[in-house]
Design a protein around this ligand. Structure first.
Ligand code: NZQ
Ligand code: ZN
Length: 381
């Protein structure tokens, strides 16, 4: 087991009605907020009304930046940062899914910096300060609410990359599972896929920590037990709450303690699909994971078999790969490019290979070569 430090400063408020407490929390951080949200789901599901009501009661002035798109892009983050800077806001409040929260994390460090957020991602600049950030989550998936990472897409460079810094932790995150009851079937499935994928990136990371492995397996078991049930009963608060808590737990540090790192190879592959075809994040992962496991089956059979035993109730490598694929299919998440709606002609496959190359798509632990990219693309077609 590696030496480790546990540091997670996010104050997480979980449960029905918690957003009513957000206004006083915001008032302790300042008087003026930049409220960032997406394309409009928050206005349909009541979360916008509850958020603005508590802010108004607490005397907070809000400036709005709507329109963050799924797979968020540099241009929106930079534009929102300019707005926040010119309005001299005291804090950033994110209302939405991972795309909104990730954008807000960049906005919080970019307002203070005065250059494009991409300079952080590209490694040219380091953040020196950040505005306080509050997250109000409406979709269970990414774990962004309780970590210091954010992913952004640069369409000009055909790159989608993650970046993390301790200044990017939200100060507070408010998670009311009832806000997720309006998430449509497809995005509910992608969210469950994503939380399982985060658990798998940890499982296949470098290093050994048996208790951490048990945490990981428990999160996958939770998703396997309650995910399919939720798909049949989308309005069920209890099931929404279980999945929301599982998603937070899958990427808040719990699944990496004592290990050197997660892997992130499959996420790197998935991001390339999002850059190229704007595939939803979770859907890209359910396409990539079966292919990645097939690539790895001769290299790390013991680790795959152990995963099967710990989390999928199967004893063989083949059985584990099949069980995972079946699970994604049972949820309704695609397991190949055709199911994700991509026409898999040679031009499309070549384009994916090119983007995998541009992004140097690889894992931290299990490195991927050009030959591996070609194998993966063939498998996913
Ligand atoms: O734009 P709106 O109208 O809000 O609609 C969104 C969007 O179309 C909709 N939605 C969200 N909450 C809803 C809802 N619809 C109905 N009811 C609600 N309550 O869902 C769609 C997808 O939203 P998005 O925020 O894109 O989804 P998700 O939470 O899966 O976030 C994906 C982004 O997070 C990144 C991904 O790469 C991707 O860009 N990730 C961030 C991570 C992190 N910060 O730690 C880790 C992840 O691995 C991931 O890479
Ligand atoms: Zn993910």
């Amino acid at each position: 087991m590696k030496n480790f430090v546990i540091y997670n400063p996010v104050k997480l408020h979980f449960g029905k009605g918690v957003v009513a407490q957000m206004g006083p929390v915001a008032a302790s951080l300042g008087k003026k907020a930049l409220l960032v949200y997406g394309k409009g789901s928050v206005k349909d599901n009541g979360s916008y009304d509850q958020t603005t009501e508590t802010l108004k009661k607490a005397g907070i002035t809000t400036i709005e930046y709507p329109g963050i798109r799924p797979n968020p892009v540099v241009e929106d983050v930079d534009q929102a940062s300019r707005l926040g800077r010119s309005e001299q806001v005291d804090m950033v409040i994110a209302l939405g899914g991972g795309s909104v929260l990730d954008s807000a994390k960049y906005i919080a460090i970019t307002i203070a910096a005065g250059h494009s957020c991409w300079e952080f991602v590209a490694g040219d600049k380091k953040p020196r300060k950040a505005l306080p950030l509050i997250g109000i989550l409406t979709l269970a998936a990414t774990g962004s609410e309780m970590n210091a990472f954010a992913v952004v897409q640069n369409n000009r460079e055909k790159r989608k990359l993650g970046y993390g810094h301790p200044l990017m932790f939200p100060r507070h995150s408010f998670l009311d599972p009832s806000f997720t009851c309006s998430v449509p079937k497809n995005h509910t499935a992608y969210g469950i896929t994503d939380l399982v994928a985060h658990s798998l990136e940890a499982w296949f990371g470098e290093g050994e920590s048996t208790l951490t492995d048990r945490f990981i397996a428990s999160i996958i078991q939770e998703a396997r037990e309650f995910g399919p049930a939720l798909m049949q009963d989308l309005q069920n608060y209890t099931l929404r709450a279980k999945i929301m808590y599982a998603a937070t737990s899958a990427l808040n540090g719990l699944t990496v303690q004592g290990k050197k790192s997660q892997d992130w190879g499959v996420h790197a592959i998935g991001h390339c699909m999002s850059v190229l075809w704007d595939i939803p994040h979770g859907a890209s992962l359910s396409v990539a994971y079966p292919a990645w496991l097939t690539l790895q089956q001769q290299r790390i059979p013991g680790r795959i078999r152990k995963l099967g035993q710990a989390a999928f109730n199967v004893a063989t490598v083949d059985g584990t790969i099949r069980a995972m694929k079946d699970f994604f299919e049972q949820l309704g998440s695609p397991v190949n490019l055709a199911q994700a709606g991509i026409k898999t002609d040679q031009a499309a496959l070549d384009a994916l290979l090119e983007v995998l190359h541009i992004n140097k798509a690889s894992g931290l632990h299990h490195k991927l070569s050009g030959e591996d990219h070609r194998f993966l693309v063939r498998q996913m077609a």
